[in-house]
Design a protein around this ligand. Sequence first.
Ligand code: PRP
Length: 178
Amino acid sequence: MGNDLPVLISAAAIDRRVTELAEAIDEDHADAGTLVLVGVLKGSFIFLADLARRLRIPHRVEFIAVSSYGSLESEQPGAVRLLMDVRHPIAGQHVVVVEDIVDTGSTLDYLLRLLAARNPSSLKTCSLLHKPERTKADVTIDYLGFTIPDVWVVGYGLDFAERHRTLPDICELPPDRR
Ligand code: PRP
């Protein structure tokens, strides 16, 4: 597929960083038994697939889906709703939530509260991207790929109106292309 969007993070740079993140997660969970990776749909699906295949520790994959913006007039901006829950309980297990991007932080904040209430043995966060200029929620990203400026990014799982998710690079989508 042809793509003329400006590349912000190349596929090669992503590849190297994903390996480093997997190594850090391996090291921190060497004695954790089976790690539970919770991928946040949809944006994390490519990152999660690459990350999971580089882990050496035993792990299983779960998915969770939320809507990150209040779509109803009655909802507050930043309101998050659960659309699909994980399939198996996480109590007593070591969990890493895997996100493609932390923007305002509302989604991760909501998910951490939801999952912490289920008493996992540990609960950590991994995000490929972070836009610190936009983040309002007080969330910790334990494993972070890249800090980026406040630009709209697509590719490697991230979309604009469901387009561009499968680009190999992370690209900037200029305002005149939206
Ligand atoms: C994006 C992204 C995160 C969330 C981050 O999801 O995948 O889950 O927004 O934003 P926040 O930090 O401001 O909460 P999106 O709603 O675009 O859905 P998608 O992953 O299905 O594309």
